[in-house]
Design a protein around this ligand. Structure first.
Ligand SMILES: [Fe+2]
Ligand SMILES: [Fe+2]
Length: 341
C-alpha cells in the first residue's frame, strides 16, 4: 500500500478457482473488504442465502453503557439488511468480565434480532464460572460446540478459548482467573485452542460429508498463527485444518481480533469480524500475502472501525461475497449499493 493511499479506504477483492486465487487490492475509497471466492464446479438446485455476523460486544455491567448502544446498533443494522440473513452468528466476547448480568444483558439485546441466533464463546464470556452461565444462556442443548446443515452448506461452531488449568495450582479465585484471561497479552493462561474432545467430535461430525460440501467453521480466534502473543491463534488450528483438508471449500469466520483481516491457507479462507466495542490495533507484524489490512480507525470517530459483516452464499459450491458493514463511514451510501469484485 503506498503512502498516498493511507488517507483512503481499502478495497479488497479476491476470486479463486480450485485452489488458485487472484488478489486485486487497490485504494477504492471504501471501508470494507469484499471477498468473492468462486469455485470451478457448477451448482445444482440451490437457493442463495446470506448470514450475518456480530462479534465482541464486551458488555459492561453499568446501565446504559455505550457498548450496550453499540450492540443495539449492530442488531438494528442486521435487522435492516435488504436481504434478510437466514441466521446471525455471534463470534464471542458478549461480556467483558463474564458476569451473569453482562451475559443476560447481551441475551436481551440480541433477542431483538429478527432471525435465528447462533453463538460461540469468547474468553471474556467464559473464565469467571468456566462457561456455566454462558452454556445455560447460549449453548445448544447446553453445549459449547455445534453444527448444522443449511441449504447445502455445513456450519460448525467450536469453543476455541480453552486452556490448561492454570488456576488450581495458583489457588486463584474465579475473578482472578477471569482477570488473567482478560488480558490481551496472555502470559498466565497461555495459548488457547479447542482441545482434544472437540477435535474428536469434529472428526466424527464431518466424516460422512462429501468433499464437495462447502464448510463454514466459526471459532473465536483465527485458525492460523496471526499473532499468538495476543491469542490471535488457535493452538490446534493445524489439526482442524487437517481434519477439514478433504473439503474443496472451507471458510473460517472468527472474532477476537476486533478488525478486518483475511488470510488463506490451503483450502481454508479465513475472515476476521470487526467488533462492536472497540478496534484492536493491528499486531506488529507484516501480514503474508494475500492478507489485507484496513486503515487504522479514526480516533476522532468513536465508532470507526466497528460494525458487522454479511456473508452471501451464491451457489451450491460455496461461492460467496463477504461484506463488512461499518457503523460509521462517510461512504456508507456507496457501500449500501453493494460492491462486488
Ligand atoms: Fe474481544
Ligand atoms: Fe476475545
Amino acid at each position: 500500500m503506498s503512502q498516498s493511499s493511507h488517507s483512503r479506504r481499502d478495497f479488497l477483492s479476491l476470486s479463486g478457482k480450485a485452489g488458485f486465487s487472484t488478489l486485486v487490492a487497490s485504494a477504492a475509497g471504501i471501508n470494507l473488504g469484499v471477498i468473492d471466492v468462486v469455485h470451478a464446479q457448477t451448482s445444482g438446485a440451490f437457493s442463495p442465502f446470506r448470514f450475518a455476523m456480530i462479534s465482541d460486544s464486551h458488555l459492561f455491567s453499568e446501565a446504559d453503557h455505550k457498548f450496550d448502544r453499540q450492540l443495539e446498533d449492530a442488531v438494528a443494522q442486521v435487522n435492516a439488511m435488504a436481504v434478510k440473513p437466514d441466521f446471525v452468528l455471534f463470534g464471542g466476547d458478549i461480556a467483558q468480565n463474564g458476569t451473569e448480568d453482562q451475559l443476560v444483558k447481551g441475551k436481551k439485546i440480541l433477542s431483538k434480532l429478527n432471525t435465528r441466533l447462533m453463538v460461540i464463546p469468547g474468553e471474556h464470556d467464559w473464565y469467571l464460572d468456566l462457561g456455566k452461565t454462558w452454556k445455560g444462556l447460549y449453548g445448544v442443548n447446553n453445549s459449547d460446540h455445534w453444527s448444522f446443515d443449511h441449504k447445502g452448506v455445513h456450519f460448525i461452531g467450536l469453543n476455541g478459548i480453552l486452556v490448561q488449568d492454570f488456576w488450581t495450582a495458583k489457588n486463584l479465585s474465579p475473578r482472578e482467573r477471569m482477570a488473567a484471561m482478560e488480558m490481551l497479552e496472555g502470559p498466565i493462561g497461555g495459548l488457547w485452542g479447542v482441545g482434544p474432545e472437540q477435535l474428536d467430535w469434529l472428526k466424527k461430525d464431518v466424516a460422512k460429508l462429501s468433499p464437495a460440501t462447502p464448510v463454514v467453521i466459526f471459532t473465536h480466534a483465527p485458525l492460523w498463527d496471526y499473532y499468538p502473543r495476543w491469542n490471535f491463534q488457535e493452538a490446534d488450528a493445524p489439526q482442524i485444518r487437517e481434519i477439514l483438508s478433504k473439503f474443496v471449500n472451507v471458510t473460517s469466520f472468527h472474532g477476537h481480533v476486533h478488525h478486518t483481516v483475511y488470510n488463506k491457507i490451503g483450502n481454508l479462507s479465513s475472515i476476521g469480524a470487526m467488533s462492536t466495542s472497540w478496534p484492536w490495533p493491528y499486531p506488529p507484524i507484516a501480514l503474508p500475502y494475500p492478507a489485507s489490512q484496513q486503515n487504522r480507525a479514526d480516533p476522532g470517530n468513536e465508532k470507526d472501525g466497528m460494525g458487522t459483516l454479511a456473508a452471501s452464499f451464491t451457489s451450491a459450491t460455496g461461492s460467496k461475497v463477504v461484506q463488512y458493514q461499518p457503523f460509521e463511514d462517510s461512504l456508507n451510501d456507496f457501500l449500501k449499493n453493494g460492491i462486488h469484485a
